[in-house]
Design a protein around this ligand. Structure first.
Ligand code: FAD
Length: 334
């Protein structure tokens, strides 16, 4: 059973809920809130109790004001300091711990992004608790569900730690409504820790297309595309016709057809768009691990026995070099 079963309905732990208080750590870049990080708020509201959001960096008061409108949070704590701008865990973890201690939070949540994966284990170590990563469902205030072995098994974990430090899978906790809330905005404590590490530089792949991690539609190409030239000739027009982001299998990335940032799967990005349309991808479990929660999966493959057809809602057995241009033309003429 490769597709996850129906999302777990969370019971309301009314008596307990009053004692729960969640800190949802939000991400920002250059003063702009990263909407994908709001999944931590969704998970917090599912736990019950109060939810406080947290953001730090330079110029983040405006991010805090924006996040204050998000439904489901009571308060947002912000810390203005350039030392936290890039989310370096050596700086950010002690900051978070100070604010967690001050607020007495029982649950600390962040998205299972590079930022959350980098930061929360260090926070857990400083609090002397066990970090729990990549949860896809909440069963109760101490019991969580997470996929293991590339999604081939589902683990239910119960934690007896006094504080739970958790990263949440964004695709399992869709972002809350961005309007309608009126959280209090409050300045947090800044321990101003002497930094041991320094941000040197970054090299970001820029694209005008929708962000792969949060796009509603994704078209993805695999080794079947044969070369970078064919990938570039066939996939962008199809993506443009659909208004989709472009993804790729690891085989396509390793063969140099597509940039590393486009890899979908166990060691790439996790996506759950409304439509995932893939061509020339066999459907290895490591690829499925990153896209099997998509609402509609459509696949083009010349091999009718390819494993991708076991998870596909719509399948087209045929040569992608014929079918992809044909589909692109049909979409364009609509
Ligand atoms: P292939 O398996 O070679 O499949 C190509 C497909 O294209 C075939 O099904 C073939 O029938 C079809 N095809 C060929 N020509 C045509 C044509 N003309 N028209 C139509 N169809 C055609 N993979 C990932 O994708 N993401 C990951 O994150 C990832 N992580 C991994 C982590 C680990 C630890 C390991 C061991 C592997 C990982 N892999 C990952 C690799 C994975 O196991 C597969 O090797 C990979 O997904 C295969 O990519 P593919 O489907 O593009 O290529």
């Amino acid at each position: 059973q490769l597709r996850l079963s129906q999302p777990v309905t969370v019971p309301q732990y009314s008596a307990l809920a009053r004692l729960l208080s969640t800190l949802a750590v939000l991400e920002q870049r250059d003063g702009k809130l990263n909407p994908a990080s709001l999944s931590a708020i969704t998970a917090g509201t599912k736990l019950g109790g109060s939810v406080t959001a947290f953001v730090a960096g330079s110029g983040v008061k405006s991010v805090a004001d924006e996040a204050a409108k998000v439904k489901g949070i009571e308060k947002i704590i912000y810390v203005e300091n350039g030392a936290y701008e890039k989310g370096l865990p050596e700086n950010y973890a002690p900051l978070l711990v100070e604010n967690i201690k001050k607020g007495g939070f029982t649950h600390i949540l962040a998205g299972h992004s590079a930022f959350g994966k980098n930061l929360l284990p260090r926070v857990a170590a400083l609090l002397d608790v066990q970090a729990i990563s990549d949860i896809t469902a909440i069963e109760s205030e101490d019991t969580f569900v997470r996929p293991i072995y590339a999604g081939n098994a589902i683990l239910t974990v119960q934690s007896s730690d006094s504080q739970k430090v958790i990263t949440v899978r964004g695709t399992a906790f869709p972002a809350p409504e961005l309007e309608g809330g009126s959280a209090a905005v409050e300045e947090g404590v800044d321990p101003k820790v002497e930094s041991t590490s320094e941000w040197v530089s970054e090299d970001l792949a820029k694209s005008d297309r929708p962000d792969l991690g949060s796009a509603e539609k994704v078209v993805s190409g695999g080794r079947g595309l044969k070369s970078k030239e064919e990938f570039d000739r066939l996939m962008p027009p199809l993506a443009d016709a659909l208004g989709a982001a472009i993804g790729a299998s690891r085989a396509a990335v390793d063969s140099g057809f597509a940039d590393n940032s486009l890899q979908v799967g166990q060691t790439g990005k996790n996506v759950a768009p409304k439509l995932y349309l893939c061509a020339g991808i066999s459907g290895a479990i490591q690829h499925l691990a990153g896209m099997k929660d998509s609402k509609v999966i459509a696949a083009i493959n010349k091999d009718g026995d390819a494993p991708i057809f076991q998870v596909a809602d719509v399948g087209l057995v045929g040569d992608l070099f014929e079918k992809v241009p044909e589909l692109t033309e049909k979409l364009k003429s609509q």
